[in-house]
Design a protein around this ligand. Structure first.
Ligand SMILES: Cc1cc2nc3c(=O)[nH]c(=O)nc-3n(C[C@H](O)[C@H](O)[C@H](O)COP(=O)(O)OP(=O)(O)OC[C@H]3O[C@@H](n4cnc5c(N)ncnc54)[C@H](O)[C@@H]3O)c2cc1C
Length: 441
């Protein structure tokens, strides 16, 4: 029996566990198979991370988009173990998982060691605070459903307070509450549009005294010279124009020096009111990667992999997604930390691990950039599509919105299959037609 252990059930890891289990027919009785797949994650359920800003704004309910790992394992034939990767022994080929505790700290599962023949590390990335004082303490990052939900509740409370305060300060034009988003990458930009939409919706559900544009200030601060630094300039320009029309204030070329309980201090000495601060200024590799029994990591802490996605140090260990440093020939900086990269690497590893189990030579991974899309909630979407080596094709309007929505549906199809994805799409549509557009409690 060849034991494949995949640590991290995110955009890449869960697709890999599902498709590998399908490939090896793991729903067959145990005696008929020669491979077993175990998926490990610190959480019990999966959510596709690019949706977290929608959870934070309340425009998407996590309950209808989360997928239980145990259920997916039951349907596809892999084993699920909840636990956090805390160590690795390459000589005895096992990974160490920390104990799982409940909200009160009571131990539910003890520390465990899991043996493997092939290990795939797919634990994603974590928020990069760049050592900014107060950022980790006073700003909310969007890494998990719990954080996104915490932000959503605080946003609604702040809007309620702002609505109630209206009228007591006649004639004052300043916003009644203000959200500061640090970082104008895709996450920060998309969140700003979602929040404007959420404020408009809230004003129709009981907060009638809230003027969604003037009472709710939304400020995006970016240290670089323009928003969306990873996207073509034309996309950034069109996005900035639309955000301006939505009343979102963009401060570019301005770094954040300190985050305080009700404000943010910039490098140039400005103090900006911040009832809520969101930190979306970048990601870095999870610190545990530097503790993994001498596996080679790069300056950013990612596991350095060859073009087969095997670790440079150990060919029994593979890595994919945000936590892997994978070369992108002809481009500096390597394969970017994106959902489409994790998806392509998962698809590649289904073939590569099949070859490995069958004792064949491993293929080589080549990343293909298909472009990027930015969703501005119901206010539209923009992006660029790349079909070859050229600059890419600018897209906007309904085409861009449709393409953006299809990205998440493609992930769902990879996990559920086409038939269930269609049913799930219909169920979501029905749910939306019988519920408010945003989650109110
Ligand atoms: C708000 C937001 C919006 C985004 N929008 C886009 C977008 O529009 N387009 C795009 O291409 N990309 C986007 N991204 C980036 C994209 O989500 C990531 O590049 C992608 O999810 C990486 O996939 P992954 O499988 O490497 O890691 P992840 O999807 O992050 O999954 C990692 C998994 O590992 C688990 N894990 C972590 N540490 C441990 C541990 N020690 N032990 C056990 N389990 C662990 C986590 O619980 C998680 O399930 C966005 C990210 C965020 C946060």
């Amino acid at each position: 029996m060849h034991r494949i252990v995949i640590v991290g059930g995110g955009a890449g890891g869960l697709e890999l566990a599902t498709r590998l289990s399908n490939r090896f027919g793991l729903r067959k009785p145990q005696r008929e198979r020669n491979v077993c797949v175990t998926l490990v994650d610190r959480h019990p359920a999966h959510i596709w991370k690019p949706l977290l800003h929608k959870v934070a704004a309340g425009s998407m309910s996590p309950a209808s988009h989360e997928l239980s790992y145990a259920a997916q394992g039951r349907w596809h034939g892999f084993d699920f173990q909840q636990g956090e990767l805390v160590g690795l022994s390459r000589s005895s080929k096992h990974v160490m998982l920390g104990a799982v505790r409940d909200d009160q700290g009571v131990e539910l599962l003890p520390q465990r060691a899991l043996e493997y023949d092939t290990l795939v590390i797919a634990i994603g990335s974590t928020t990069q605070y760049f050592g900014v004082e107060g950022a980790a303490r006073h700003a909310i990052a969007l890494e998990s459903v719990a954080q996104a939900e915490r932000f959503r509740r605080r946003f609604i409370e702040a809007c309620r307070r702002a609505g109630a305060a209206r009228g007591s300060e006649n004639g004052v034009l300043a916003p009644r509450m203000q959200v500061v988003i640090v970082g104008a990458g895709a996450t920060g930009v998309e969140l700003s549009a979602e929040l404007r939409d959420a404020a408009c919706e809230l004003s129709q559900y009981g907060l009638h005294d809230l003027d969604p544009t003037h009472d709710v200030g939304i400020v995006v601060i970016e240290a670089g010279p323009r928003i969306l630094p990873a996207l073509p300039e034309r996309v950034a320009r069109a996005t900035a124009e639309r955000l301006g029309k939505l009343g979102v204030t963009l401060m570019v070329g301005e770094s954040v020096a300190r985050v305080l309980p009700g404000s943010v201090l910039t490098g140039s000495g400005k103090r900006i009111r911040a009832d809520l601060t969101v930190w979306s200024a970048g990601v870095t590799a999870p610190p545990v990667l530097s503790l993994l029994d001498g596996l080679n990591i790069n300056r950013r802490g990612q596991l350095v992999v060859r073009d087969t996605l095997q670790s440079e140090t150990d060919e029994d260990v593979f890595a994919l997604g945000d936590c892997a440093a994978c070369e992108w020939p002809g481009k500096s900086g390597g394969v970017p930390p994106r959902a489409q990269a994790a998806h392509q690497q998962a698809a590649f590893l289904v073939e590569a691990l099949t070859s490995r189990v069958e004792g064949k030579t491993l293929p080589q991974f080549r990343y293909r950039d298909f472009g990027s899309l930015v969703s501005l909630s119901r206010f539209g979407a923009v992006g660029n599509l790349v079909a070859g080596s050229g600059e890419g094709l600018y897209v906007a309007g309904l085409v861009a919105r449709g393409l953006h929505a299809s990205l998440e549906r493609m992930h769902v199809a990879a996990l559920y299959g086409i038939r269930r994805m269609v049913l799930d799409t219909m169920a979501n549509w029905l749910r939306r037609s019988t519920n408010p557009r945003i989650k109110l409690h």
